[in-house]
Design a binder for this molecule. Structure first.
Ligand code: SF4
Length: 579
């Protein structure tokens, strides 16, 4: 426990930071050579049970270091959890005393040297394997050269940016070395596209060619969770529609029949386009899932797709899902995708658009309706989550909380009704300030104008206040169920309520973000996208530059990204990519 294994300069730097922080816990990422820490990067001050949200992502072979101010270097439960979190990624965990003279290496770092892709195997696929399987197939020198370059980049874990026009066979040129790299290293390569059309082409045309040419590799396609039907919610909605026939009834019956025979239960497999609100009722949703407690868990469409993704060596996703995963991973340590090792970006010219989409925030009439629709009673009198929570048998909660529940529900009903009428009213009022058909960017001059200070700012602040009040009211309802375990059949109203609470909290945060005048953020008002149903403005804010976001979540974590597209250069140069 006492072998320090820190080079003096690294120990000194960490000690100085701990001193400057007044002896509280300090976290650092350490570079390791020959089992010694050779350099440290201070990442945050905090506690080990909060560190997941605070540290930059360390890489395999590095260590996460923190001090125990007490001088007792025994690993706590939080330290062990940290070890579990990082250990499987090859990241070590080290505890030191505040003077950095003793250390406890709770988990040693592990850096495996990846095996290189054999260029001969690439050439053999194109020159021998594929022509033998597909008579008439002509090897193309340009395609083979590209495949060799991709193989080198994957092996060396260095970036590669390739502009290759349509018809050059670039999909196969990156799939072949990716498959060989994944097989050689028992690793996973994520292939990300912007469009569903390219995903479909990869799955139906290009991936089968790998097998035809002699490369047998497990592959999978994973879409965003909301694209998959939830068997449990679908059954619930169909039961509801049978008990209280409504206009969704026949479509729900069609959805039930489709889901039973669908290949993957994803929306892309549907022969018709369901209305947005209907799909919202039956889609898989991370906030509403019962996960392993769900009776459908084994055959669940989303978890089945996740299991297939976990088993695949080549995983096809889209940019939005990849970036959401990386963003969650950067904050929480784990993302929605299974662990992967290399990234190929096709249609890479859309990466910035996708990153902007993932980083942008919006409050619109539709978004507010989505947040509250499951909680309030609907116009046909179907009870919403709040009314259904009120019907949870009294015996489920401690008797002394019964009155508290009644009161909390009554307050929450008032708040939700308030948001339902006040929210759209505010957004409609804001629509009057922007020029006809256009967006109103909140520039410094606009922010100083009377129009913004008198007509926009107070309204948005009022909206944020209302949203926060409703979140607090819902929290009080939820609080009554603390430590209460409801039977599975009675859980749905509470799940709906918690999802609504999270969505309203996110909208309140967006409204506050819109009010904050931050140098790196762009704010604007524009007509909502669905003027027919939800007339009025939508509030937006987004980072001005997504490059720092991409640097943090993508380029730093996956230095060997291969980016390709038919149009990547600007004025014949890749300069902006290296920037
Ligand atoms: S596990 Fe979750 S997503 Fe899957 S069917 Fe059950 S509730 Fe729906």
């Amino acid at each position: 426990m006492s072998d320090l294994r820190f080079q003096p300069a690294a120990a000194r730097e960490l000690r100085d930071h701990i001193r400057a922080a007044g002896g509280v816990e300090v976290f650092a990422i350490g570079d390791v050579e020959d089992r010694w820490v050779t350099g440290v990067t201070i990442t945050c001050r905090g506690q080990s049970d909060r560190v997941n949200a605070l540290v930059d992502r360390p890489r395999a072979g590095q260590v996460v270091i923190h001090n125990h101010p007490s001088g007792n270097l025994t690993a706590s439960d939080a330290d062990l959890a940290l070890g579990n979190l990082y250990g499987e990624d090859g990241v070590g965990v080290v505890i030191v005393d505040s003077s950095v003279t003793r250390s406890n290496w709770v988990v040693e770092p592990h850096l495996e040297v990846p095996k290189s892709v054999d260029p001969a195997a690439i050439e053999a696929f194109f020159a021998v394997g594929l022509p033998a399987a597909l008579p008439g197939w002509e090897p193309r020198q340009q395609q083979i050269e590209l495949a060799l370059k991709v193989g080198e980049a994957l092996s060396a874990n260095t970036p590669l940016v390739v502009e290759a026009g349509t018809g050059t066979g670039k999909s196969l040129a990156y799939l072949v070395p990716s498959a060989l790299w994944a097989l050689a290293n028992k690793g996973k390569v994520v292939v990300s596209t912007f469009t569903k059309a390219l995903q479909a082409q990869l799955v139906s045309s290009d991936l089968p060619l790998l097998k035809a040419g002699g490369i047998v590799v497990p592959t999978a396609l994973l879409q965003g969770r909301n694209n998959y039907a939830c068997k449990r919610r679908l059954a619930l909605a169909a039961d509801e529609a049978r008990a209280n026939p409504d206009e969704d009834g026949s479509r729900l019956a069609e959805l039930v029949a489709w889901e039973a025979g669908s290949a993957d239960g994803s929306r892309t497999d549907l022969p018709f386009e369901p209305e947005g609100a209907l799909w919202e009722r039956v889609m898989s949703d991370g906030d509403l899932t019962l996960a392993i407690r769900c009776p459908h868990y084994q055959t669940c469409r989303w978890y089945t797709a996740r299991r297939q993704a976990a088993a695949a060596s080549l995983l096809v996703v889209n940019h939005a899902l990849l970036l959401s995963d990386l963003s969650v991973r950067a904050d929480a340590g784990r993302g929605v995708l299974p662990k992967f090792h290399r990234v190929i970006l096709d249609e890479a010219h859309h990466l910035e658009d996708a990153a902007t989409g993932v980083s942008s925030r919006e409050v619109s009439g539709l978004a507010l309706r989505r947040a509250i629709s499951a909680m309030a009673d609907d116009r046909r009198g179907r009870p919403g989550a709040l009314s259904r929570v009120a019907q949870v048998p009294g015996k489920r909660i401690p008797p002394e909380r019964t009155f508290a529940l009644d009161d909390a529900i009554a307050v929450a009903q008032v708040e939700i009704t308030g948001v339902a009428s006040f929210g759209p009213e505010v957004l409609a009022g804001l629509a009057e300030v922007f020029p006809a058909g256009g967006a109103l960017r909140i520039t410094p001059a606009e922010a100083a104008s009377d129009r913004f200070r008198l007509d926009v700012e107070p309204q948005v602040r009022h909206l944020a206040d209302e949203l926060e009040r409703s979140v607090e009211a819902l929290r009080k309802v939820d609080e009554v169920f603390e430590d209460v375990t409801l039977p599975e059949a009675e859980q749905q109203p509470l799940l709906d309520l918690r999802r609504g609470q999270r969505r309203l909290a996110a909208h309140a945060e967006t409204a506050r973000g819109f009010l904050a005048d931050l140098a790196d953020t762009c704010r604007w008002l524009q007509p909502s996208r669905d003027q027919r149903v939800h007339p009025g403005a939508a509030l937006h804010h987004a980072p001005i530059e997504v490059a720092p976001v991409l640097r943090k979540i993508l380029w730093t974590q996956f230095p060997g990204v291969v980016a390709t597209s038919a149009t990547l250069t600007v004025a014949g140069s890749f300069e902006h990519w290296s920037a």
